[in-house]
Design a protein around this ligand. Structure first.
Ligand SMILES: NC(=O)c1ccc[n+]([C@@H]2O[C@H](COP(=O)([O-])OP(=O)(O)OC[C@H]3O[C@@H](n4cnc5c(N)ncnc54)[C@H](OP(=O)(O)O)[C@@H]3O)[C@@H](O)[C@H]2O)c1
Length: 178
């Protein structure tokens, strides 16, 4: 079961403004004529292929605030707090991350996406729990905000597997450890 780390970063390496704002993610206009555009059916099929999302508690709280984008797909929220889950599809997890992957995710899911934030992604990388990195670069500079990874990560070479440029100016880079 591969774990894919997915994040969207600006050209200057930020994933959110200081106040958590991610409105720069939404660019409706077509800016790059040579780019691809995914149809609604393609987006739906792609999303359907993800059978579990994993996220840190701050990403979770922000996703609830802006309107839950994960539908009924199972979501594991990593937190040290004890609090009620806001939806049936959500499971809160606290404890060892390696154990989370080996005992909870691997036996149940085929395609797990780790979707932020900076803090949890860095921890997963440090522990060697990420198999693939899917990084989207947004056509914006933010100047300041929350950095892609919250602090240093281990130096490691990743292999580029795919590049897709989209009509909306975003570029998707896919990397794998192998
Ligand atoms: N651009 C993008 O692609 C993207 C993607 C995701 C998120 N974001 C943005 O990023 C921001 C949130 O990121 P963030 O880095 O501040 O926070 P985060 O990684 O989403 O969440 C951090 C929290 O996760 C829990 N956590 C992390 N590691 C843990 C561990 N090893 N064991 C137990 N709990 C652990 C802790 O929760 P407790 O404090 O509850 O214990 C910690 O406070 C939001 O603004 C969000 O909108 C952007």
């Amino acid at each position: 079961m591969p774990i894919t780390l997915h994040m969207v970063a600006t050209l200057d390496g930020f994933i959110a403004r200081k106040n958590n704002d991610v409105s720069w993610l939404e660019t409706a206009e077509s800016v790059y004529e040579g780019g691809e555009a995914m149809s609604e059916e393609e987006v739906a099929a792609f999303i359907k292929s993800i059978d579990c999302y994993v996220m840190g508690s701050r990403t979770y709280e922000h996703a609830l605030e802006i309107g839950w984008p994960y539908g009924d797909t199972p979501v594991v929220v990593v937190t040290s707090r004890e609090w009620p889950a806001a939806r049936k599809s959500i499971e809160l997890y606290s404890g060892d991350l390696k154990a989370l992957v080996e005992t909870k995710l691997a036996p149940r899911y085929r395609n797990v996406w780790l979707v932020g934030g900076a803090m949890l992604c860095r921890r997963f990388l440090e522990l060697g729990l990420v198999d693939e990195i899917n990084l989207k670069i947004a056509p914006s500079l933010l100047g300041e905000g929350l950095r892609l990874f919250d602090g240093p990560v281990a130096a490691e070479r990743w292999n580029l597997k795919n590049v897709v440029a989209y009509k909306n100016g975003f570029v998707e880079l896919s990397y794998s450890t192998r």
